[in-house]
Design a protein around this ligand. Structure first.
Ligand SMILES: Cc1ncc(COP(=O)(O)O)c(C=O)c1O
Length: 345
């Protein structure tokens, strides 16, 4: 089965990743990883500190981005009496669930459909945040399932104009597919104590099965840091593979280029067909509006070829498909199938 419904990685890991796994010495698992002497949490946080220019103390590690989000949301909604998180209208359903798990509640702010995207209205996000005065503001960039992102200038503008006792969590799980800029992160987490940026090795680095996520947090959160850090260390095997992934950007950039080929293909082939709209995407998936009458036919035609894509059910997106950007032949097959089913209708 070709799972193009889950935003996973349909390509090969880098050679460095394969070598790190093959050459891994099992005897090293007999020891905790904690770097006792240096007081650092992990070889990965040390490496991430070098790559992103953020002090190691301000880097958090987790079992995927999911774990970072969960720890951050649970902690900040449970400490203190404000329990509301603001989240984007169309976004990963899991944000609500995590807030609900710890007795928090959520308020949604809108995303606005434009010619080719669902956009944040930055002034409106600021207005909502000042009015609702939530404990947390969640921004997803790129956002799942809409595929749109925020620029560093927009992030800075939001941070500058909201209360500093609202913790801002930017979920950047789907970063790096289009923009390679990471220079904005260090100055932002240096300046804004109420900012957390979360990333993962699951998407751009294609290792969702490894379960490694990381985040950057503003200064002055010693209690949270002690809550989230693992006293005895991290998973040594995951660390070795993660280090290899982090040093093979060239391989993953090549993959991102194949994905971009897919974006162009969908835009070119489906963008001008009646009833279709191909949204701009900066993630590893693309959102496409389609004539919903072809839904059952399309499902069947894709199933016959062992393909799965996501037929959206979220309110307001019922006539949309979310398709993971896979290998060129997978993208070609899905695009051809959609087109054929539509033209034969
Ligand atoms: C928006 C978003 N954030 C974060 C994640 C977390 O991914 P992981 O826990 O694999 O890092 C996902 C996974 O699909 C996601 O869709």
């Amino acid at each position: 089965m070709n799972y193009l419904d889950r935003n996973e990685f349909n390509f090969e890991p880098s050679q460095q990743v394969v070598d790190a796994i093959r050459n891994f010495d099992p005897k090293t698992l007999c020891f905790y990883t904690r770097i006792y002497d240096e007081g650092k949490k992990s070889v990965i946080s040390v490496r991430l500190s070098e790559i992103y220019g953020v002090p190691e103390e301000q880097i958090i590690l987790g079992y995927g981005g999911e774990d970072i989000l969960k720890n951050v949301i649970h902690y900040f909604l449970m400490v203190g009496d404000r329990k509301t998180i603001l989240i984007p209208e169309f976004s990963w359903w899991y944000y609500n669930r995590v807030a609900g798990e710890c007795g928090g509640d959520f308020v949604m702010y809108p995303l606005h459909e434009t010619d080719d995207t669902f956009a944040y209205d930055v002034e409106e996000v600021i207005e909502y945040t000042n009015r609702v005065h939530p404990r947390m503001l969640l921004l997803a960039s790129p956002n799942n399932p809409t595929g749109n992102g925020l620029t560093p200038i927009e992030i800075g503008h939001i941070m500058e104009n909201i209360p500093d006792d609202t913790m801002v969590l930017i979920d950047e799980a789907y970063a790096s597919f289009i923009s390679t800029d990471t220079d904005y992160i260090a100055p932002l987490v240096d300046k804004y104590n109420n900012l957390i940026i979360s990333r993962t090795l699951s998407k751009f680095y294609g290792l969702p099965g490894l379960r490694v996520g990381f985040g950057f947090i503003g200064k002055g959160h010693d209690q949270f840091i002690s809550y989230v850090n693992k006293y005895l260390g991290y998973n040594r095997f995951s660390e070795a593979v993660a280090l290899a992934a982090l040093s093979s950007d060239d391989h993953y950039r090549q993959v991102a280029e194949d994905m971009d080929w897919g974006r162009q293909l969908y835009k070119r082939e489906l963008g001008s067909l009646p009833g279709f709209k191909v949204y701009k995407s900066v993630a590893n998936f693309i959102l496409i509006k389609y004539p919903v009458e072809i839904k059952e036919e399309l499902k069947k035609a894709l199933a016959l070829q062992d393909y799965k894509i996501k037929f959206m059910a979220d309110k307001g997106l019922e006539s949309c498909l979310r398709i993971t950007l896979g290998r060129k032949e997978q993208t070609q097959a899905v695009c051809d199938t959609i087109k054929q089913v539509f033209l034969n209708k």
